[in-house]
Design a protein around this ligand. Structure first.
Ligand SMILES: CCCCCCC[C@@H](O)CC(=O)SCCNC(=O)CCNC(=O)[C@H](O)C(C)(C)COP(=O)(O)OP(=O)(O)OC[C@H]1O[C@@H](n2cnc3c(N)ncnc32)[C@H](O)[C@@H]1OP(=O)(O)O
Length: 723
């Protein structure tokens, strides 16, 4: 690398009569700069003045062939120092604010004079010199400024309250000068040196003092002042031939209230304190605008989570609010991506786009409140008698989820956790935990039951089983439907962002500790994939039709493997089994999904009752055969929505996704076609004035096979559908 030079640059160094300042002056002069060696010649306490210190350094520089001039002014008269540069060299390019004094006293003994003098020299002095140089820098569109701060300010140091405060003041000063100067190529950076100098010689032990040579810091400062250094507004710590950067970071922080309508109580603050002070997600904010921006995001969050009762939640008996799960559309979408939802399937856009008219959460999203409870409590850790369970031995064994009431795509749920029992399975202990979740009004909306298999924690003398929700053996017949999808190699990396940060799923060494050659996929990711595939196959991807699901994790899945879900329908229940295609291994067994009984009343009643509630009519047709019976069987789900205002419904839709052959069907009907029927026609059908079969199929198709009704379908439809 070619030598970094300062030819034709004029450098002003304050306090350059000794120590760091002297080293800076020498280094810059040796690299071609013309140097103003400023030193009042005072003692370390700011007393006295003589020209000797500056003169000596100037002579030393000249003796080595360099160019330098002495200046004896106080930094408080900074303009005079800059004038020395301009008078002698016609310009100034670099200003190093290095001059300083100490007036050490324990805090209680600091006099006004001690305080003022230290601030005068460090803070006001740097202000005065910099303000004098600034217009020159601006005019020439170039300038480099160094402020000298101190670890004494950053960490505090006994007896240096005045000095600490002034040094931190310089960091604030540098921050703003960096912003104001940046657009004119004026950089202002901070050096935080620990050097042997007049200021430190009798503060530090002799052996440490010996290594704190100013010459080892001077190159760091010189580089910061070189035209090739692009940094502006950075704080560099340096000593003994070492350098590092400081940054001010802030915790991720948390909202203290759920909506803008609420106030903040002291109890809210106490409850949230863990999250306020949690530095695990801390980062540097690059500007005041970014800091303000985070407040806007927080306010948006508050808008999204309703009003009122959560205040009570927060103030309730909970010591912390780790059992309050807050979520919004971003969480819902991130989860959906984590379980393989993809735009490749246009029907799944509704899980990925918050402005979609049917934007919805996958039902399995709602295992996340339970997961949060398990991860933030010590329930598992202490569940097995006589053992302490650690994350390295925990495998997800089984999961049950039941959506008791419709859940929105954003909100807050309060959960209550209880241990059902702990089974001693010999090879491990299986802990059964219930997590029930409620709205802020105390309404039960969700039940989760998890079985957590703690490997190696068996043999504690407990019973082999407890009473808990069981899976169902798969039928002994060929699956009716099978759907496959390959997981991504980064699937666990993506899924973990929904909250399960267990290193087993991402960290190869932690996987080894748990007995796996490679990180394995989260059980709940496989679970989410499977349920989504079943919903696609039997419920037209409608989350609202989901009622409950139970599954057992039989074997692990490796991210990147292909999941195949075999399905069998028994009335409202879809039994399923998930395997890994590449290894032909069952990974989820004993599994089923209950589809909901739809809130349905006979059509005639609904119409005459003024259509007061949201209602969905549903019937699932097993087989649709084309006339004259030559077509292959196809599946279809017919839904009809009546909105709250009772006006109507959009349409009848017929999903012919899996249709292959439509002999006799209208030409324009192809696989993936949606057939629609006008509202008026539907109403005529509901009133019994139009045969749905005729209206629907235009006389070209016949519906045969079983029609399963969530509840009893309106007699009129039954009659006309010729079941
Ligand atoms: C909301 C909640 C969030 C919780 C998040 C938890 C943290 C997550 O980060 C962790 C994960 O996601 S891990 C990934 C998913 N899980 C897995 O991959 C585990 C797969 N299963 C296995 O490997 C074995 O079944 C194994 C190892 C579990 C058991 O195998 P074996 O030791 O060989 O047991 P086996 O001889 O087959 O049977 C002994 C007794 O144990 C019962 N059993 C077996 N598998 C079970 C399982 N998965 N769950 C519950 N019980 C299970 C058997 O029935 C048998 O009992 P019994 O003899 O009384 O019938």
């Amino acid at each position: 690398m070619s030598e970094l030079r300062f030819d034709d640059r004029v450098v002003v160094v304050t306090g350059a009569g000794a120590g760091l300042g002297r080293a800076y002056a020498h280094l810059f002069a040796s690299r071609g700069a013309k140097v103003v060696v400023n030193d009042l010649g005072g003692g370390r306490h700011g007393d006295g003045s003589s020209s000797k210190a500056a003169d000596t350094v100037v002579e030393e520089i000249k003796a080595k062939g360099g160019v330098a001039v002495a200046d004896y002014n106080s930094v408080v008269e900074g303009e005079k120092i800059i004038k020395t540069a301009l008078d002698n060299f016609g310009r100034v390019d670099v200003l190093i604010n290095n001059a300083g004094i100490l007036r050490d006293k324990s805090f209680a003994r600091i006099s006004d004079q001690d305080w003022d003098l230290v601030h005068l020299v460090h803070l006001k002095g740097s202000f005065k010199t910099t303000q004098a140089a600034f217009p020159v820098f601006k005019k020439q569109n170039y300038g480099r400024i160094i402020m000298t701060a101190s670890n004494s300010g950053i960490y505090g140091n006994f007896g240096q309250a005045n000095y600490s405060a002034a040094k931190m003041g310089l960091i604030g000063l540098a921050n703003t000068i960096a912003i104001e100067g940046g657009r004119n190529n004026i950089h202002c950076n901070v050096i935080i040196p620990t050097a042997a100098s007049r200021l430190t010689e009798d503060i530090l032990p002799p052996d440490v003092f010996a290594e704190l040579k100013p010459e080892l810091i001077a190159p760091v400062v010189a580089y910061l002042c070189h035209e090739s250094c692009e940094d502006n507004g950075v704080y560099i710590d340096s000593a003994a031939g070492w350098a590092g950067k400081y940054e001010i970071v802030r915790s991720k922080g948390t909202t203290l209230r759920n909506s803008k309508k609420e106030g903040v109580s002291i109890e809210n603050v106490k409850n949230a304190w863990g999250r306020v002070t949690d530095m695990s997600g801390s980062h540097k904010l690059s500007s005041i605008e970014e800091a303000t921006g985070t407040l806007l995001t927080a306010l948006e969050e508050m808008e999204g989570t309703g009003s009122g009762g959560d205040q009570e939640e927060r103030g309730q008996s909970q010591e912390d609010d780790s059992d309050v799960y807050r979520y919004n559309s971003k969480d819902v979408i991130l989860y959906a991506l984590g379980v393989g939802t993809s735009l490749k399937n246009p029907d799944e856009l509704k899980y990925l786009y918050e402005n979609h008219e049917d934007f919805s959460a996958l039902p399995t999203f709602f295992v996340l409140p339970a997961m949060q409870c398990l991860f933030t409590s010590d329930i598992l850790e202490n569940a097995v008698p006589g053992r302490t369970i650690n994350l390295g031995q925990v495998l997800h064994g089984e999961q049950y989820i039941e959506v008791v009431d419709d859940l929105p795509t954003e909100g807050a749920l309060v959960s209550k956790t209880s241990v059902v029992g702990v089974m001693d399975k010999g090879s491990g202990a299986a802990v059964v935990v219930n997590v029930d979740s409620y709205t802020k009004d105390g309404k039960l909306v969700l039940r989760n039951q998890s079985v957590i298999f703690c490997v190696g924690a068996g043999g504690f003398g407990g019973s082999r089983t407890v009473d808990y929700i069981q899976g169902i053996k798969k039928p002994n017949r060929t699956p009716e439907k099978t759907v496959s999808q390959q997981t991504g190699v980064d699937q666990a990396a993506l899924y973990r962002l929904s909250g399960d940060l267990n290193p087993l799923h991402i960290d190869p060494s932690m996987a080894l500790v748990s007995g796996f050659n490679t990180p394995i996929l989260h059980g709940l990711a496989t679970f989410g994939y499977s349920v989504r595939m079943v919903l696609g196959a039997y419920a037209n991807n409608d989350s609202k039709l989901f009622k409950a699901c139970k599954a057992r994790f039989v074997k692990p899945v490796i991210p990147g493997q292909t999941l195949k879900v075999d399905m069998w329908r028994e009335n409202n229940k879809i039994l399923f089994e998930t395997s890994v295609v590449e290894t032909n291994t069952v990974v989820i067994g004993g599994a089923y999904i209950d589809l909901k009984s739809i809130n349905m009343q006979p059509t005639a009643n609904l119409l005459s009752s003024g259509l007061q509630s949201d209602a969905i009519f549903e019937f699932i047709i097993d087989q649709v055969k084309a006339d004259p019976g030559k077509a292959k069987a196809v599946g279809g789900v017919f839904l009809y929505n009546i909105t709250k205002d009772g006006k109507q419904a959009k349409q009848w839709t017929m999903d012919l996704k899996s249709a292959k052959v439509y002999e006799g069907a209208p030409k324009d009907i192809k696989p993936n076609t949606t057939l629609t029927i006008a509202d008026e026609d539907f109403l005529l059908m509901a009133q019994g004035k139009l045969n749905p079969q005729v209206a629907f199929m235009k006389g070209k198709l016949k519906i045969t096979g079983n029609i399963m009704l969530a509840q009893k379908l309106a007699p009129i439809l039954k009659a006309n559908a010729k079941l």
